[in-house]
Design a protein around this ligand. Structure first.
Ligand code: PEP
Ligand code: MG
Length: 571
């Protein structure tokens, strides 16, 4: 089938390649009574063999590409496959007339329940591996291929109902030409990661997973959101030309490499990058960022089936610090919850996860998770200008409690003679409505603010950032959001602390005159946006910015504000 479809462009660039369709639908089958039990057992054994061969191949590939640590996660499934209790249990059920699929579900379900009820944390974490094994064997039985994202060939466009944060952990940017999904928006984590890796991405394309099959040719425009399936030769050429134009634009931006970030009248600001894993520090440096303004550490936790221990985290933070070569590296402590799920943490199901037990709320109640992370960050701080960022602050008690835990961890390290940076700059994400209301109080007890406009927009407007239906409300052009941003900047500056912005709005060229006028100190944007932001900031003088801010802030609706900023835009 061929056709033109439209979604939301969330990561610039033109992706041209072949579709790899990620099936995340439930693995459904007929629960039938079996007559030929011997044949059914043979079917199961055959599935086991094929699945084992598949895992062996994948383990090798991952070992070569990413190293032994990552390969181990996959190889652990092999051990379970050869566990006699697993296989014998299934075969006994089949001998009694159960179909192979149902036997797999029952036995894996029993193991899962047993693991989950263990008091030993390691055993509890194995429940996720059992689920993986179950899905793997079921897929083999039902001949539904497992999505092999890490092993995708060069020039692959991933198409899925939803690109989840855990899927993005497997993406190798050199092989993935584009991401296309049926749901998700500009601030979804997959979109943020796509921008960080410079992969063109289009989300919220209605029904796309039913419109394509593996191997279809596809071209996706990450700016306009247009997706072509099996394009004509003419369309393909037009997309190639667009890609060339994009490359030309990058050349213009290259002239801004190595230049200071300053306005037309010489006001210096800092321009840093947002990253999600240590390797991206390299991408930040490649893009001439002056540091990392936000290291989202949750991806370190999402990539694996169990909690990364202190040493593993220390290595990751140290690696990023060394790659930054003395430039600042702001590490945000675990921001779990909301749309960032980490299955092995077994967070309780909640009616309102975005208003629930997430980020700092979870960390303060789970010192076994929080303390090792703080220890790892502090130990790594001996290798660079590391700063700590606490997410989702709504109550000053959270800041005090987090600093108390930090002081305890420091004391432990001191006693052991382990070096770390002291004092270590500790700031907060100002991204809740409460943090705006008590900004003056928070500014007295923190070293810096970092405005998270993605969450701030949703919490100011009480409008879900991932819901298409509330997209018009959840925008940083809303007067309510802009007033909150202005208040945070002014309050921080009055208190003498620096104010950064690490939400997506920092890279929105339309907003720059307002941010210049209010005196934002630091912009932290996805690495691919660094040079464009530097160029745009250099086009504005403070006086011009003040005039735009004055006009825009007198307007009453988001649409009016956006139109005003659009008409003031400098090219
Ligand atoms: C934000 O909320 O603006 C932010 C930067 O954090 P995240 O997108 O990770 O929630
Ligand atoms: Mg946030």
């Amino acid at each position: 089938m061929s056709g033109t479809y439209k979604g939301i462009g969330v990561s610039e660039g033109i992706g041209i390649g072949k579709v790899l369709l990620i099936q995340t639908r439930p693995l459904v089958y007929d629960k039938k009574q079996i007559e030929d039990t011997v044949g059914e057992i043979r079917r199961l054994r055959d599935a086991f063999e094929r699945y084992a061969a598949d895992i062996r191949e994948k383990t090798e590939r991952v070992r070569n590409a990413l190293g032994t640590g990552e390969a181990e996660i996959i190889a652990s499934r092999l051990q379970m496959l050869s566990d006699p209790y697993v296989k014998d249990g299934m075969e006994q059920l089949i001998a009694g007339g159960t179909c192979a699929e149902s036997a797999v579900e029952t036995v894996c379900g029993m193991f899962e329940t047993a693991f989950l009820s263990s008091s030993d944390e390691q055993t509890v974490q194995r429940a996720a591996d059992v689920r993986d094994l179950r899905d793997g064997i079921l897929r083999t039985l039902l001949a539904i291929p497992e999505p092999d994202i890490a092993g995708a060939e060069k020039g692959t466009i991933l198409v899925a109902e939803e690109i989840t944060p855990s899927m993005t952990g497997e993406i190798r940017r050199e092989n993935i030409a584009g991401l296309v999904a049926q749901s998700g928006g500009y601030t979804s984590h997959a979109a943020i990661l796509a921008r960080a890796m410079g992969i063109p991405a289009v989300m919220s394309v209605p029904g796309i997973t039913n419109l394509v099959k593996d191997g279809d040719a596809m071209a996706a425009d990450g700016s306009s959101g247009v997706v072509l399936v099996n394009p004509t030769e003419e369309e393909r050429l037009a997309f190639h030309r667009k890609r060339e134009d994009g490359i030309m634009r990058r050349r213009v931006l290259d002239a801004y490499r190595g230049r200071p970030t300053e306005t037309a009248d010489g006001i210096r600001v800092k321009l840093l990058a947002n990253i999600g894993e240590p390797g991206e520090a390299e991408i930040a440096v490649e893009n001439d960022a002056e540091g990392v303004g936000l290291f989202r550490t949750e991806f370190l936790y999402m990539r694996r089936s169990h909690l990364p221990d202190e040493d593993r985290q220390f290595e990751a933070y140290k690696l990023a610090a060394l790659r930054m070569g003395g430039r600042p590296l702001v590490i945000r402590t675990l921001d779990v919850g909301g749309d960032k799920e980490i299955p092995y943490l077994k967070l309780p199901r909640e009616e309102n996860p975005f208003l629930g037990y997430r980020a700092i709320r979870f960390c303060l109640e789970n010192p076994d998770v929080f303390k090792p992370q703080l220890r790892a960050i502090l130990r790594a701080s001996a290798y660079g200008d590391i700063r700590i960022l606490l997410p989702f602050i709504a109550d000053i008690g959270e800041v005090r409690a987090a600093k108390y835990v930090l002081a305890e961890v420091k004391e432990e390290l001191r006693r052991k003679g382990i070096p770390f940076r002291d004092p270590i700059s500790t700031g907060i994400m100002t991204e809740t409505a409460a943090s705006v209301a008590i900004a003056d109080l928070l500014a007295k007890e923190t070293d810096f603010f970092s405005i998270g406009t993605n969450d701030l927009s949703q919490y100011m407007m009480a409008a879900d950032r991932g819901n298409e239906k509330t997209a018009a409300l959840c925008t940083h052009y809303q007067p309510a959001v802009l007033r909150a941003v202005r208040h945070l900047i002014r309050t921080g500056k009055n208190a003498g602390i620096s104010v950064a912005m690490c939400g997506e709005a920092a890279a929105d060229m339309l907003l720059h005159p307002l941010l210049i006028s209010w005196g934002l100190d630091e912009y932290s944007v996805s690495p691919g946006a660094v040079l464009g932001v530097r160029r745009n900031l250099s086009l504005w003088s403070r006086e011009e910015a003040d005039a735009v801010a004055q006009t825009a802030m007198e307007l009453t609706t988001a649409a009016e504000v956006e139109a005003c900023l659009r008409s003031s835009r400098k090219e």
